[in-house]
Ligand binder design. Sequence first.
Ligand code: 6CS
Ligand code: FE
Length: 311
Amino acid sequence: METRSDDFYPTRLERPTPVFDRLEPVVHSTGQVRREGPLSETDLAQYERDGFLVFNNFLDPATVRNFREDLRAYEDDEAILRSEGTITEPGKQAIRSIFGIHELSERFDRLTRDPNILAMVRQLLGSDAYVHQSRINFKPGFHGKGFDWHSDFETWHAEDGMPRMRAVSFSIALTDNTPFNGPLMLVPGSHQTFVPCVGRTPEDNYQSSLKKQELGVPSDQDLARIVDQHGIKAPTGPAGSLIVFECNTLHASNANMSPWPRSNLFFVYNSVENQLVQPFCGNKPRPGFLGNREATGALQPHTRDNLQRTG
Ligand code: 6CS
Ligand code: FE
């Protein structure tokens, strides 16, 4: 297969190719929009340097409690268990992730339209945005499996046709993140480099990759070099903490061997100016719960009014 002329980040080829610098800025806004807040210039400079930001206690305890009750209810909900977006742990019935959750849960949908969050997104992406993907991750105590090192952008580019690095993930902890329950690990500064991954992508790769990722994982040599250079950070914090990370930041997480579950809410904003095209790996697009292609207009912040009505 030929590399397309609109493919700025060739990956999933048969042979290893060298890493190269990202082509886009990390913070896409300039001038007044950049200065408008809520992120300070210090936050923005840190995001540019590290590729992520951490805010402890972002959600208040009552809201965290509501989300956790929803989560508990999902575990007994037959419709959720059967839904295509529900991924179970390899070889088990335990839920690993529920994708497309902003379409199932009004509470989650409202959170994605939080005015404060959308204002941060505008600063980071420099435009309006829509939700590319949303999910809840469960990592049950004792048996929760990890996630291998990867850049989300690499997968979204190859398998969803996301053209450029102009997307950002929000991950909100619903349980305390400790060193023991498999917290998110990030490589600060890794977002500056694109690491092409080796291997053709089979059709419907997502059916196995969401349980255990085999493709779209950098080689051990590339990983060792980048991690030796930058180190690893595993932010810990109480339930309600928020991690904002750039779409190309390398991340992973270990298995959860503690008795304490780890769950989080995860949603990705993509710039309305970075709409998906045909997947660059040459396959058909993945289902909408992984790479939304329908509701791709600018998200509107919810108003206080409708917060009170339904809150
Ligand atoms: O395939 C995906 O889109 C997903 N996979 C991983 C491991 N992280 C990001 C994304 O949710
Ligand atoms: Fe990921």
